[in-house]
Design a protein around this ligand. Structure first.
Ligand SMILES: NC(=O)c1ccc[n+]([C@@H]2O[C@H](COP(=O)([O-])OP(=O)(O)OC[C@H]3O[C@@H](n4cnc5c(N)ncnc54)[C@H](OP(=O)(O)O)[C@@H]3O)[C@@H](O)[C@H]2O)c1
Length: 285
């Protein structure tokens, strides 16, 4: 029973492979865009195969002998529908029996998150594919807040347009463990897994945690979305990143990233998810 992971050179992919190695003796395949960057994986006995979502013609043969596949969503927002379509078609052609996909928490209901539409579309493609599918609806990564924490420690301020909105992130490590548990199960369970951290927090909670850890006073400056955009732009923040930060805060303010769905992720991985306090080193604090 061979398990393959796409995006295996990425942050999440590498953690999923490591978590799989701890759980199963089954053959593992790392599907990567650039095999030269995966020599360390090959040294661990993991078979490395070239796999570029933008080259549909190579994908089905690269999946030869693969029974279970994790498609880690592509990182090129705006290009993911043709990319994911190519992978789904290749999996069907290659006879993959179980297909897992890293989607977004409550992807079907998300209205604000700018990354949601491509996940929604991919989920529809998978529903129509006839494959046995597990949707790993991952919440926002805790690590996404590293930039916010760095800025806060440097300036003493978290600039936010999220108001009192709550967010329920999980670390890549916890989400990777969940993927490994699902992929390595004796009889893998298709279905929709809403995967979030056990606790939710506000930027005020993050400020308090940073203050306690660093000894430096950090507070939140809550502003309107327009004011937030003005301040970021005046500070020469790249346009794309301004859009990302504003969209994230708008979604947090609206509660889109705040539903903790307590217990689904921690039950799967068999331990509580990392708390904000425990995650501070991941945020550079
Ligand atoms: N839940 C969240 O908060 C959150 C945040 C950010 C991203 N994401 C999503 O989750 C995915 C995994 O996160 P991550 O942290 O592991 O991201 P990452 O470190 O950027 O890894 C993405 C991986 O996708 C691979 N990739 C990109 N385009 C590809 C293509 N055309 N063909 C084959 N592989 C391709 C990259 O290959 P190379 O190594 O060759 O570059 C990389 O290994 C992201 O791609 C994104 O869809 C989720």
């Amino acid at each position: 029973m061979t398990i393959a992971i796409t995006g295996a050179n990425g942050h999440l992919g590498r953690l999923v492979l490591a978590a799989l190695k701890e759980r199963t003796e089954q053959p593992l395949v790392a599907l990567v865009r650039d095999p030269a960057k995966a020599s360390d994986l090959a040294e661990q006995g993991i078979e490395v195969r070239a796999f570029d979502y933008d080259q549909p013609e190579i994908l089905a043969s690269a999946l030869e002998g693969v029974d279970r596949l994790l498609l880690i969503s592509g990182s090129a927002v705006g290009q993911r529908i043709p990319q994911h379509t190519a992978v789904i078609n290749a999996a069907k052609a290659a006879g993959v029996t179980f297909f897992a996909y890293t989607s977004l928490l409550h992807a079907d209901a998300a209205k604000i998150s700018f990354v949601a539409p491509e996940h929604q579309e991919t989920e529809k493609l998978l529903a129509a594919s006839g494959l046995s599918v597990a949707l790993l609806r991952n919440t926002w990564y805790t690590e996404n807040f590293a930039g916010t924490a760095e800025q806060a420690l440097a300036t003493g301020t978290i600039l936010s347009s999220a108001g009192e909105g709550r967010v329920n992130p999980a670390t890549r490590q916890d989400l990777a463990e969940a993927a490994a548990v699902i992929l390595a199960a004796e009889s893998p369970e298709p279905g929709t897994y809403e995967l979030s951290g056990d606790e939710s927090w506000t930027y005020a909670d993050l400020a308090a945690a940073l203050t306690e850890k660093s000894g430096k006073q950090v507070s939140v400056q809550n502003v309107s979305k327009d004011e937030h955009a003005k301040i970021l732009t005046a500070a020469s923040t790249p346009e794309g990143f301004v859009g990302f930060l504003l969209n994230t805060d708008e979604a947090i303010a609206d509660g889109e990233y705040g539903d903790t769905n307590p217990g689904v992720l921690s039950k799967l991985i068999g331990h509580p998810t990392a708390t904000l306090k425990e995650s501070l080193p991941l945020l550079g604090a």
